[in-house]
Design a protein around this ligand. Sequence first.
Ligand code: ADP
Length: 265
Amino acid sequence: MSHSHNPFEKQAPIPNVKHIIAVSSGKGGVGKSTVATNITLALSKKNKVGLLDADIYGPSIPRMMGALNQQLSVNQDKKIEPIVRYGMKLMSIGFMVAENAAVVWRGPMLFKAIDQFLRDVHWGELDYLVVDLPPGTGDVQLTLAQSVPISGAITVTTPQNIALIDVKKAIDMWERMNIPLLGTVENMAYMIAPQSGERIQLFPKGELDAYLDSKKISKIGEIPFHPHVSLGSEAGIPIVESHASSTEAQEFFKIAEKIREKLPV
Ligand code: ADP
């Protein structure tokens, strides 16, 4: 393949942004946005961070961050000012279109939109820009990887084998694009029964651990199922903020620490 056909030739870093981290999943509904939000919030306690909601088909970051109906503004350099919540900078298509509107972009329009999110937003100096991708292995993932150098990817899954099939595809995609895998987060890994303290396996444990071992991919977190995780997202106050000492929030702080080790600033 000649250089002019290299799909990654348009790649250029975002000035002053040290690391771009992609958060992806094989399936929808495994908690990818919840994990992306809480990891970013955990990182923000020690670092300068931004969160880009690139899940353009189902943006949930504005709601999860308590930032619905925020008006974007353009500064004197004609850059879009991100919305700031809990000390982190946010950008989402959800700030531009109504929550119930369908976005039907593909190809060049999609590329333009992602490019604008990366380059026409005044991100300023960031240690980490976390990108919440749509589920699956589609155009947005490819567009992001073609536009900017990604320091590492995190995949999110639930424990059971039905989900494993899809997370394998997500992992395969990052490997094909030569993007380092920071690790996999197992979400809703188990639940602690409120009365007995018994550990309940909500979803049957499948072969996730064996698969990750065989690929030498680390499992960087196991987040229990807990209704306050979900309530926090609905209320716009993520668990890391609302219940910082809970087991769930502490898992997110541990993941943030692992990210700092793997991607020092
Ligand atoms: P995705 O981005 O993968 O589609 P979401 O982050 O939107 O998934 O999560 C799907 C639903 O599951 C949301 O209602 C969310 O609040 C809930 N959820 C995610 N993780 C947990 C958890 N660990 N405990 C309880 N509810 C969770």
